[in-house]
Ligand binder design. Structure first.
Ligand code: 4AD
Ligand code: MG
Length: 483
């Protein structure tokens, strides 16, 4: 039988009932007659205090177990649930039995062989830097911060599924391995079973023969499930994907991962305005969910990670998102840059992508809140976005939020076969490679739109964690694929 989680025991009334808990020792204090042990099982922040009365316990139990009761050791403790005289906790366990399941030595232990030697448990009771914890990503979930991030991540994923479920969006599993580059950015990881070492030795071989590769062609890890999502949206009206996506961008920043999770809704019979409404409603909904259902975690983040984040999220949840076209946004940026030459490192210019400093300025100085920027120049956006009548801009929208910048990128899709193929030719994309995608425009084409939300960016936004590598269990980035 599974043990009762500590969060439920902490909520019980103390009536001297017998309880058994299992968890990991956080701290131990050895007083004259009593030993206090705090045990945590990660079900909530608080651990439960277990007190061992030396006068009551048999000597043997105390002696043999005391030395092993160190921070990190796993234990099973049985005793009576009684009210606690200590402040900050209602109940504690007057322990009567203790089983040490696994030790966690506080000092290095040398073994007969190298692999049997054990280094002192690295998570001693003190504050560790996030950088240090990133190096021990397999043990960091045992800290308060990463336990909280893990619970938040899981609950937010649930909130996302529930949001779409309740609105008749069907979950679609799009492929991880793909032959196409959805974003056209060329930042893809190749998937191959060809013997690369052999190919490298073959000096005469300029390009590997991909017809001999596993799939008979060049394939990659997907950067987005959007193109496949469009096929199902134009059949069952409303779908969403929520899965891992991969980008081989060489950007070593606090907002980029090589492997991240993306939520991508796609709607038939929808225009850019519908897309923006969905994005705003969706973001507010999941933020409200976090405020209601992850209150303990948010309080922790507010106290230890980003002061004022709860109030900030509350405001965002009831604010009206500012809408601005890319052209007007650039005008605002140019105006600001004109009065202060040192404001930006990169001078804003129509036709260039918005830099993070520009996004920051728009959200923090122009709008004081989330901003949806629309109608970007076609040159800086992907091939599938619907061309505006001006033939210069596309029906794109990015949702930018303070502290973070872009959290959502989306668009109305080009549903006109001729315009889409023209755009593809201009970008040297071979329409033959996209025949199935173009078929959606050949047969029963409809206006449709969707967006992608970076799940880790959302978690960063809600938790206030500064580095995206701290909101995914095992981050993958340039030069980093440990664990
Ligand atoms: O703006 P992006 O590239 O849009 C797409 O991929 C579209 N196909 C989405 C769609 O319309 N269905 O990416 C969408 C979002 C970004 O706004 C950002 O939040 C996140 O994905 N994102 C990343 N997150 C972490 N690391 C990276 N390298 C990311 N690249 C994009
Ligand atoms: Mg984008």
């Amino acid at each position: 039988m599974l043990p009762i989680l500590i969060k439920y025991i902490l909520a019980e009334k103390p009536q001297s009932q017998e309880v058994t808990i299992s968890g990991w020792v956080r701290t131990k204090r050895d007083m004259k007659n009593l030993i206090f042990v705090e045990v945590n099982d990660g079900s909530c922040f608080a651990g439960i205090q277990c007190t061992f009365d030396k006068a009551v316990l048999p000597d043997a139990v105390i002696q043999s177990s005391l030395d092993s009761l160190t921070t990190g050791a796993s234990v099973k403790i049985r005793g009576k649930l009684v009210s606690s005289p200590a402040s900050g906790q209602n109940v504690e366990i007057a322990a009567s039995s203790l089983v040490i399941l696994g030790e966690a030595p506080a000092e290095n232990v040398s073994g007969d062989k190298a692999e049997l030697s054990i280094q002192a448990y690295p998570l001693q009771k003190k504050r560790h830097s996030l950088e240090f914890l990133r190096e021990i990503a397999h043990l960091r979930p045992r800290t308060n911060t990463f336990g909280a991030v893990a619970r938040l991540r899981s609950k937010m994923a649930f909130a996302i599924h529930r949001y779409f479920y309740e609105r008749d969006f069907h979950l679609l599993h799009t492929p991880i391995i793909t032959a196409g580059d959805c974003e056209g950015a060329g930042a893809m990881f190749q998937v191959t079973t060809l013997d690369l070492a052999c190919a490298a030795k073959d000096i005469a071989c300029k390009e590997a023969d991909y017809s001999k590769d596993f799939f008979g062609k060049k394939t990659y890890l997907t950067v987005s499930g959007q193109l496949e999502a469009e096929t199902y949206a134009t059949a069952i009206s409303r779908v969403y994907t929520f899965g891992p996506t991969f980008r081989a961008e060489n950007s070593n920043t606090v907002r980029h991962l090589a492997e991240f999770w993306m939520v991508e809704p796609e709607m038939a019979f929808a225009q850019l305005e519908d897309d923006m409404s969905l994005a705003e409603d969706f973001l507010k909904h999941v933020i409200n969910f976090a405020l209601d259902e992850c209150a303990d975690e948010l309080q922790f983040f507010d106290a230890h990670v980003e002061k004022g984040i709860i109030e900030n999220l509350r405001q965002v949840a009831c604010a009206r998102f500012t809408h601005i076209t890319y052209t007007d946004a650039v005008k605002e940026l140019e105006k600001a840059a004109g009065t202060n030459k040192n404001l930006f490192e990169f001078q804003p210019k129509w036709g260039c992508d918005l830099q993070s400093e520009h996004e920051k300025f728009l959200t923090e100085k122009v709008a004081s809140g989330p901003v949806i920027v629309t109608d970007y120049p076609k040159e800086i956006k992907a091939f599938y976005m619907k061309l505006n009548d001006d033939e210069k801009t596309v029906r794109a929208m990015d949702v930018l939020v303070p502290r973070l910048g872009e959290i959502i990128g989306g668009s109305q899709r080009e549903d006109n076969l001729k315009k889409l193929t023209e755009r593809m030719s201009a970008l040297n994309l071979d329409p033959k490679d996209y025949y199935w995608y173009l078929d959606l425009r050949r047969y029963g084409t409809v206006p449709h739109a969707g967006f992608g939300l970076g799940f880790e960016r959302l978690l960063q936004y809600v938790s206030g964690m500064a580095n995206i590598r701290d909101v995914i269990p095992f981050p993958r980035a340039v030069g980093q694929a440990e664990f």
